[in-house]
Design a protein around this ligand. Structure first.
Ligand code: FNR
Length: 182
């Protein structure tokens, strides 16, 4: 079973994006070993310490290096990715460059109408940069933009419950598994 590290662009306890990660963790338990990699405690990237980074950075680098792939689930902040996610990607882009060639798929949830489209477009550009150069699941047919989150998540369980969205994600996940195994 593929071991997939999950990066989440929101630190909020009640985050819809975290709820999507938890939904996927449960739903694909027999297909994927999804483990959320904590980016909350990372310091701001600082080139002065990149060769001798703190333990939290080393741990994240180790988790990503040891994973078969990465799932990035992010909200959109001001038409882009949240700084906390960009900061994590900046750490991951240096020294060991652990994302190079790593299979990556992305998803995002927004309470608004646009479902993180702009953030994920930016994210794809970032993932193609020379220090990252991830093996990104081709977006055509695989774009997970979840809009109107308030209508699609169950407030009491904190899980995505919209059936057509879930079925679409099922298909993308199957394609990602095939893509990552290639
Ligand atoms: C937002 N939000 C937002 N939504 C959106 O669709 N496009 C955007 O550009 C932004 N910009 C933005 C900036 C900042 C600083 C915040 C705090 C929020 C709203 C955002 O989608 C909403 O708060 C989500 O619920 C955040 O995701 P989580 O925390 O629920 O995962």
């Amino acid at each position: 079973m593929l071991k997939i590290a999950v990066l989440i662009g929101s630190l909020r306890q009640g985050s819809y994006n975290l709820q999507l990660a938890n939904t996927m963790k449960e739903r694909y338990i027999n297909k994927l070993d999804l483990e959320i990699a904590d980016i909350r405690s990372l310091p701001f990237f600082d080139q002065d310490i990149e060769l001798n980074p703190p333990q939290v950075v080393r741990e994240l680098l180790g988790k990503i290096a040891g994973a078969d792939g990465v799932l990035i689930i992010t909200p959109e902040y001001n038409w882009s990715v949240p700084g906390v996610l960009k900061n994590a990607l900046d750490w991951l882009s240096r020294v060991d460059k652990v994302l190079i060639g790593k299979p990556v798929m992305t998803a995002g949830v927004s309470p608004g109408m646009m479902g993180t489209i702009r953030a994920q477009l930016h994210l794809r550009e970032i993932l193609a940069s020379p220090g990252i150069l991830a093996k990104l699941l081709p977006p055509a047919g695989n774009e997970i933009y979840i809009s109107s989150a308030g209508l699609k998540f169950d407030e009491s369980t904190g899980r995505l419950v919209d059936e057509s969205t879930l079925r679409f994600i099922d298909r993308v996940v199957d394609k990602f598994i095939e893509f990552a195994n290639k």
